[in-house]
Design a protein around this ligand. Structure first.
Ligand code: NOJ
Length: 837
């Protein structure tokens, strides 16, 4: 499928031929006497597209009538020679470009240079209406070091000299990809208008915290340019900010981003600090003061776990308590570490961030993360710079596919903790479908499993699939352009991503078709330097899709229903009330697809293609009656196309998301959706037979801020009533009080057989309210060693609880301890409740 990049790299002209051609071109008849034959000149190459101005992407073929000719071309203004790119396939022209070309052929002098100049004036994209909630937009993921150098004074800072390669952003082919390249927070700030034009609603930036200051050695990946080798959570790294590790550059970025309507999400590592036994040996600092290193962490309450690398990702204990890739593994239930990480997270909130991407959520102590979410959900401090409206949105990395053993644990974790997950399950299918030859059935099956669940394994459905954070490329996996995608496939992937349910994340540079195939594009070759910030066909497409997401609530909050599918064609519909968006993708590069039997909720009428200016252009007709599933008149979907048909309409009060989904009474929550009405109605929180109205502090048609009433802890729902109409009931979980992480452990557990697991239950909502099922009790808990069990649970501060462990057998029967233990939870810090079975 590859076109553009292959031809750039292919210089496969046999040397002898080139030498002969050059000699011929020099009039190479030698110096002998007599008449020399006149060497003919190769024909001048011809362009398939004439010089001129165009409003769409052009594909320019170059031909030459000279037998056996090789065509060389440039697009950078230099005169082509045999050192230029050899032509092999039509050249996509997505921006103002001059192509210059010559022909070289054996027995001929070189042709004259031919040149064609193209001006691309893409049509103005639709205006993007202001949005109030991230679901209405998309997030743009940035590896700060690789984006833009806005401040050259921090490139080779005195605190950490020698970690910078000046070739990085300008000449990556000559750079060390594991060194710093100069990108910084000021650079992101300087490129905000580029992001704003595309419709970026939020940026997720790589960890900006202070990283180790030395080279950890080639075998350890050398430097912390990626941000994941944190040593001090309280300071900004000198490469990204300034040499006093101040927050100035960070605050400036947040202020400027917010002024442009762009939210800032910070990547927050809580699992680990930095490499063990190399670099700074897991050094951990608190605002400049050394707290420990890994090898000096020998106290009675260690800051770190001292276990081997994780080798079995199906073992809940290893995953949470072992070491991830030789990175010093923090014990989040060490009271100092607990309060340090929570202070760090609230410090970022106080610096105005709009949410977090939790790094390595799967490897952090799951039970502790409930209390991290609780800290953020209940935070109500002042911030400077000011935050954007809306409560913080958090999403975590749980790198698993649905076939993996701990997938059900991930669903349960997200549903119950309120930590939204990056949709890795869907990612694997997107990479296969758009990066290779995967089938759309695989995407459809994954969506069905995640959204609706399956009857065979517990807890497989996410209660709020629209809160999952979707992506097709990221900094940990090869870009799809390195997996086999061509530019059309990237645009199809972008189209899918920005019309799919969930909150989309676009990885920086995909819109500029960045890739590097060294080592098949794995880390670090997927962390390319941004080389261009110009508008092109992909940025235009993104603008269109961002405008549609912002305007049509069906895109942000609606259902997603498959309507027609085969391996290469996927037609699906997003719908909220009478807001309907029908999307059709045919990824087959050569075969058009006859579509018959297609039903849609679109009202009867004729529809032009919303993407007519960028991708498709196909009109459809719908017959039938409004408000029902209507037949779409048969049509043919062209190969390599994306078409979108839109109907905008009204909607009764509809809740699309509640942020946070888990919080204490008294916490503010943002209820986003549509049709709430311009004047305040009522928000109710409902648990069982109790309905309590919430105090509303802000109300608009698409967003409400309400305060969680004092409702019994546990599962609840939220509704919005306007006049006589009441919305859907959105799931919500009420906590009892501030949550404290407690390590519940038991020794002397019975032998486990087959698929037996150990669970924990207790007499408060946070301990499962006495439930003994897989879905509702706590667990499966970790097994540090045969005969013992350990589970951190975040439980209400100061409460006295009763709890007991039990074995859950595969037939759902249980063997319980038979006694209730009592434990009083500390009012601050972390706790330990150790019992014997
Ligand atoms: C997951 C991140 O995405 C990855 O890039 C990083 O190396 C590891 N966590 C360790 O922090």
């Amino acid at each position: 499928m590859r076109t553009w990049h292959e031809l750039i790299r292919s210089k496969s002209v046999p040397l002898m031929l080139v030498v002969a051609a050059l000699l011929a071109g020099c009039g190479g008849g030698g110096s002998g006497s007599g008449t020399s034959p006149v060497t003919p000149q190769a024909a001048t190459p011809a362009f398939s597209v004439s010089t001129g101005a165009y409003t769409t992407l052009q594909s320019v073929a170059i031909t030459d009538s000279t037998a056996g000719a090789t065509i060389y071309f440039t697009t950078d203004g230099t005169t082509p020679t045999i050192a230029a790119s050899a032509y092999s396939a039509p050249i996509p022209v997505a921006a103002n470009t001059t192509i210059e070309t010559i022909t070289v052929a054996s027995g001929y002098t070189n042709s004259s240079v031919a040149s064609a100049t193209y001006t691309i004036n893409f049509p103005a994209a639709p205006a993007i209406v202001p949005i109030t909630d991230i679901h209405q937009g998309f997030i743009y993921q940035i590896v700060t070091d690789r984006f833009f150098d806005g401040d050259t004074t921090n490139n080779n800072p005195a605190e950490s000299p020698g970690l910078y390669d000046a070739n990085g952003l300008s000449s990556p082919a000559n750079a060390d990809w594991n060194l710093y390249w100069g990108g910084d927070l000021a650079g992101i700030q300087q490129k905000l208008s580029y992001l704003q034009l595309m419709g970026v609603a939020g940026i997720w930036i790589s960890p900006p915290m202070n990283n180790i200051r030395v080279n950890a050695g080639a075998s350890n990946g050398e430097t912390g340019y990626h941000g994941y080798w944190t040593r001090d959570w309280m300071q900004i790294d000198e490469h990204f900010g300034d040499d006093t590790n101040s927050w100035t550059a960070f605050d400036n970025l947040v202020t400027a981003a917010h002024a442009d309507g762009i939210r800032v999400y910070v990547d927050f590592p809580a699992n680990d600090s930095n490499p063990i036994g190399a670099g700074e040996d897991g050094s951990l600092y608190n605002n400049g003061t050394l707290v420990t290193t890994y090898s000096t962490d020998t106290g009675t309450t260690p800051y770190y776990h001292h276990n081997p690398n994780i080798s079995n990702y199906e073992d809940r204990y290893q995953v949470q308590y072992y070491t991830l890739e030789s990175l010093a593994d923090l014990d989040q239930t060490n009271p100092w570490v607990d309060s340090y990480l929570k202070a760090a997270v609230t410090n970022f909130l106080a610096h105005g961030v709009d949410g977090f991407r939790f790094d390595a959520t799967q490897e952090v102590n799951w039970g502790w993360e409930y209390s991290l979410e609780n800290t953020i959900a209940n935070w109500s401090g002042a911030s400077s710079p000011a935050r954007m409206p809306g409560q913080p949105f958090i999403f975590g990395e749980w790198d698993e596919g649905s076939e993996d053993a701990l997938y059900p644990d991930s669903v349960k974790f997200s549903n119950n903790s309120g930590v939204n997950l990056l949709d890795y399950t869907l990612y694997w299918q997107l990479a296969d479908v758009f990066g290779a030859s995967g089938s759309f059935y695989d995407i459809d099956n994954e969506l069905t499993l995640e959204d609706a669940g399956s009857s065979t394994i517990p807890a497989q459905a996410f209660t709020q699939p629209n809160d999952l954070v979707t992506f097709f490329d990221n900094h940990d996996n090869p870009r799809i352009l390195s997996q086999g995608a061509d530019r059309m496939a990237v645009k199809q992937a972008i189209s899918f991503l920005l019309t799919c349910r969930g909150v989309p994340v676009l990885y920086y540079g995909d819109e500029q078709y960045l890739y590097n195939d060294t080592n098949n594009g794995v880390v670090p070759y997927n962390r390319n330097g941004m080389t261009s910030f110009t508008s092109n066909d992909a940025t235009l497409l993104i603008q269109y899709l961002a405008a549609l997401r912002a305007a049509n609530p069906g895109m942000a909050y609606g259902t997603m229903t498959p309507r027609w599918i085969n391996n290469d064609v996927y037609i699906y519909e997003r719908q909220l009330g009478t807001n309907v968006v029908l999307v059709a993708i045919n990824k087959n590069p050569s075969t058009d697809q006859a579509i018959s039997g297609l039903l849609s909720y679109l009202p009867p009428g004729s529809y032009t293609d919303y993407l007519a200016q960028t991708m498709g252009g196909l009109g459809i007709a719908v017959t039938g009656i409004a408000g029902s599933y209507n037949p779409v008149t048969n049509f043919t979907l062209p190969h390599n196309s994306v078409s979108i048909w839109v109907s905008a309409g009204s909607v009764p009060p509809s809740i699309g998301s509640v942020t946070p989904r888990v919080a204490n009474p008294g916490a503010a929550v943002t209820i986003s959706g549509a049709g709430f009405g311009a004047t305040a109605g009522t928000v109710n929180f409902i648990a069982g037979s109790t309905t309590l109205p919430a105090t509303v502090t802000n109300w608009s048609n698409g967003q409400i801020t309400a305060v969680v009433p004092t409702l019994a802890a546990g599962a609840a729902t939220v509704t919005v009533t306007q006049g006589t109409a009441t919305s859907n009931a959105a799931p919500f979980t009420v906590n009892t009080a501030t949550l404290i992480p407690v390590n519940f452990s038991v020794s002397g557990t019975p032998a486990l057989f087959g698929t037996d697991v150990i669970m924990l239950t207790g007499n408060v909502a946070e301990l499962g309210n006495g439930a003994t099922t897989w879905n509702d009790a706590i667990g499966p808990v970790t097994i540090p060693a045969a005969g013992s069990a350990l589970q951190t649970v975040s439980v209400p501060a100061g409460a006295t609880v009763q709890f007991q462990f039990f074995v859950l057998h595969s037939n759902e029967s249980i063997t319980s301890e038979g006694v209730q233990h009592r434990y009083t939870i500390p009012s601050t810090g972390a706790g330990t409740a150790a019992v014997t079975w």
